[in-house]
Design a binder for this molecule. Structure first.
Ligand code: GLY
Length: 326
């Protein structure tokens, strides 16, 4: 399917707000144990990531492989300014990356504040599979990556370095404010339900552009940027990490699903909780996507402008998310 053929479904916002996105239209009847494999991911960069992830699911691959290979596409995209190689630096000119991954057995791995490595998501997976730990940060994470034959890269890339120098001239040491829906991307979070009925998720970002050196957001934090419970569902987050961490966002979404909420209702509940905690969210965008064990999906954001990509055997779509504030 060509990108121009993708359907944008924002006009159905009213339907999504209570029921989430119906992936089953076209199916005749669903039995109670029916589930529908699917991949979903944040923002429009999710379209390309989903293609690669779905290629694995369709071939009976494991969700954990799908979520890793999908977001690697985004990490490799030198035109992407919020994830991986082309990411924006912190105030001091360092591109520090955060990522985490979680599988259907609650195994998880994470790296934060890692610099000069192309695929933090794969390093996170190696932490999960090769160490007794969940999270490695900074120089330790980099040493682990190099010891495990991950390639070094030079960041920022020249174009980004130029931009940072300009910013530095104008702003000196003034911390930048987050911009709502900055350039229609931020973190990529990707969730997958495979043909065996197993869920996994991944999440990777270069974080807040011109952040303080050492700042870590929600994306590498299990429970904040990502959470998977194979009995219930999975969720991931994008937006201002500080606000997402305050409510353990993705875990909150999954727990709401455990107590009977649909993925859509669970995302709405988490967004409302952030608004309650933060009080003034004029410049804060936070968004969640979620999936349950049957492959029902949902999303919600504080402000207009967030979208997410869905792919299954029937559909490949970019959906405008519902949002809380008008
Ligand atoms: N959600 C990405 C970050 O705040 O770093």
């Amino acid at each position: 399917m060509k990108r121009r053929d993708l359907i944008r479904l924002g006009m159905l916002t009213g339907v999504f707000s209570t029921h989430g996105f119906d992936l089953f239209s076209g199916d005749k009847k669903k039995s109670s144990d029916h589930f529908s494999p699917v991949v979903i991911s944040t923002w429009n960069h999710g379209l390309d990531a989903n293609k690669v992830a779905w290629d694995q699911i369709k071939m009976n691959g494991d969700a954990i492989d799908a979520v890793e290979s999908g977001v690697k596409i985004t990490e490799s995209d030198i035109n992407n300014r919020s994830v991986g190689i082309g990411g924006m630096p912190d105030m001091e000119g360092h591109v520090t990356l955060d990522a985490c991954i979680m599988d259907h057995n609650s195994n998880c791995g994470s790296v934060a504040f890692i610099e000069g490595i192309a695929h933090p998501i794969s390093v996170a997976r190696a932490v999960m599979e090769k160490t007794p730990h969940v999270m490695l940060v900074g120089e330790g994470a980099k040493k682990f990556a190099l010891d495990n034959d991950f390639k070094k890269i030079k960041t920022p890339i020249p174009e980004v370095k130029k931009q940072w120098k300009e910013w530095k001239k104008q702003n000196r040491d003034k911390l930048s404010k987050p911009k709502v829906n900055s350039e229609n991307h931020d973190t990529i979070g990707l969730l997958a339900l495979d043909k065996k009925g197993n869920l996994s998720g991944s999440c990777t970002t270069s974080g807040w552009a011109y952040k303080m050196h050492g700042r870590v957001g929600d994306s590498p934090i299990i429970g904040a940027g990502l959470f998977v419970d194979n009995e219930v569902g999975a969720a991931c987050a994008t937006g201002v990490g500080e606000s997402i961490i305050k409510i353990a966002g993705s875990h909150t979404v999954v727990e709401s699903m455990r107590h009977g909420f649909t993925p859509q209702e669970a995302c709405e509940e988490a967004v409302r909780r952030i608004i309650k905690v933060e009080k003034n969210v004029k410049n804060i965008q936070c968004c969640f996507i979620a999936i349950d064990k049957k492959g029902n999906v949902g999303s919600h954001a504080i402000h207009k402008g967030f979208n997410y990509a869905i792919k299954n055997s029937l559909k490949e779509v970019l959906v405008d998310s519902t949002y809380e504030l008008t």
